[in-house]
Design a protein around this ligand. Sequence first.
Ligand SMILES: [Zn+2]
Length: 527
Amino acid sequence: MYWRVVLIVLFLVVPVQIFAQGKQNWTSGGEMDPLQARFTVKHYSLDIEVLPRIKGIDAAMEMLFETKGRLDTIRLDLIMNYKVLKVESEGQELDFRHQDDLLDIYLEKPTNRLKVFYRGKPPVAVNPPWQGGFTWESDSNGHHWVGLSCQNEGAKIFMPCLDHPSSEPANGVDLYFKVPFPYFVASNGRLLNQATSVGFNYFHWATAYPVNNYNINFTVGRLYEKSEAYTSVSGKRIPMTVFVLEENLNKAGQLLEVLENSVRTQEKYFGEFPFSDDKIAVVETPYLGMEHQTINAYGNKFHFQDIGGVRFDWLLHHELGHEWWGNKISVGDWADIWIHEGVCSYGDLLFYLDHGGQDAYLERAAEVARNVENSRPLVGEKNATMGEAYHPDIYTKGAIVLHSLRFMLGDEVFFPMLKSFAAKEEFSYNNRVSTDDFVNYVNEFAGKDLSPFFETYLYSTDIPKVKVNRKGRDRYDISLKGVGLSLPVEVLTTNGIEKILISNTPVRVKSDDMVVIDPNGWYLLDK
Ligand SMILES: [Zn+2]
């Protein structure tokens, strides 16, 4: 997801939120429920009829799971907007209790599958994607256009699930849709089957990979597609598709070109597109955007920029970057969400580097640095909910941490480090990643201990203070105050830019004029 405009919007929507819909403050994550810690989800199969006319859904969710020992209760999350009609396991009906957004299902004998039938009116998104839910929109021809967003709320707002970032279905999801004819449904993974019968369209999508709950997604509309086969950095042919409304069909070619430019650039720095057995795709949505795996939401209205002669869309590029940072590499605790947003936002800077050159990159990095609020540490308290962990600095300061690392390590170490981190099996797909994993990996790869740097910039709001003392006519003593840190920095003197290591102990440099510390802006420094 992208930060932009959310602060303004929070003030605007609060009264609406209170008066319009009752409870709408769901979030996901936090401390794992002890009952939920006792089983692991293997697969979700969601069969859902979307009813745009009455703004409702009628659905069944079948879950495959493994238990740790004998369990008599399976606890799922499902908001109270829905009425649970029935729960079945292997043809047998089970007792259940649906209360306080929790669905407790009582097992009579050991099983590894159950199916929940439910229906109701989903919450309407207040300010998608930041305050999500369903968006029941119409396109300019008056046709239904339905979007879903729930990064903050979690998937429990549309299906029963174990709604925690540490839980991804190892064997992916199957998604069956029923919508009125002639509507189309764009969703995750591959479209395996499509049928029409007595006034309805049916679609079966399936993913070949695990997926974050909040990335299980669909958009309903009179959508049209434009596709091509993309050849990945390692030579694999991957279907690449844009789904747009009919009114924007004439822009689909440009959107596809923008998508290809961004995939190419992301692959250069982060390795092959991570879901090559599924697809690369964006769908036009009635809200700004979201990183839904292999079906990124795109609502930026085709406002393309030109960077170094290459067509670019900041929103599309950012959401696509999450395919590596967020979808392939996922955190298990929202406390570490800066890895999703910060590294992904750094990837936004790399488009400027790759196509606009170093000056364009540095200029953009300086803009990002100016927006750092530094109001709280990047890494949250352990077992954070999304609501607790999400703040603007996970984007801006997170990106600048990577930017500083690039300078500290040098391009010949930094870029291979980032790419190899994204390729590590122990941090990706079925495995979750943490800030400790990242810090340890960087230290090991670089062969130096950068822990004081990470302590300062990830775990505190301290900004190192640079002190410059003039000594005589043309000498300056430079030191860092207040933190037990040493940083390699650039210093502009009358002899040009010198690179020196500064710490508590002053370092003397010679210059006829006042020196400028870190003139290219590689760090957040108080100077
Ligand atoms: Zn994002």
